[in-house]
Design a protein around this ligand. Structure first.
Ligand code: FES
Length: 98
């Protein structure tokens, strides 16, 4: 039921909107976005207003992002992996890109 926490000194490199950032192993992709100081993680589909992660517990959906090429993922629920690419989601997700 419980898993041991990774060493606090362990970090992984991820890319937030193309910029490399080192984050603690076990952190979420949303935490990586905040640590990177990114100005937004998504834009709303209607007005294009910028959003950043808010609740960090999977409730508000303000952290929807494109992670490793897959859009509409809740970044606060996705643990980072080495080399992960997190990109802002702009507007509505494209269900089936051409
Ligand atoms: S930050 Fe609220 S659902 Fe991810």
């Amino acid at each position: 039921m419980f898993a041991p926490r990774p060493e606090r000194s362990a970090t992984v490199e991820v890319f937030v909107d193309g910029a490399a950032v080192r984050v603690p192993a076990g952190a979420s992709a949303a935490a990586a976005v905040l640590l990177a100081g990114a100005p937004l993680i998504r834009e709303t589909p209607i007005s294009g207003a910028p959003r950043l992660p808010y609740c960090m517990i999977g409730v508000c959906f303000d952290c929807l992002a494109e992670i490793d090429g897959i859009a509409n993922r809740q970044a606060c629920m996705v643990p980072v992996t080495a080399g992960m690419r997190v990109a802002p989601q702009r507007g509505a997700r494209v269900a089936f890109p051409a």
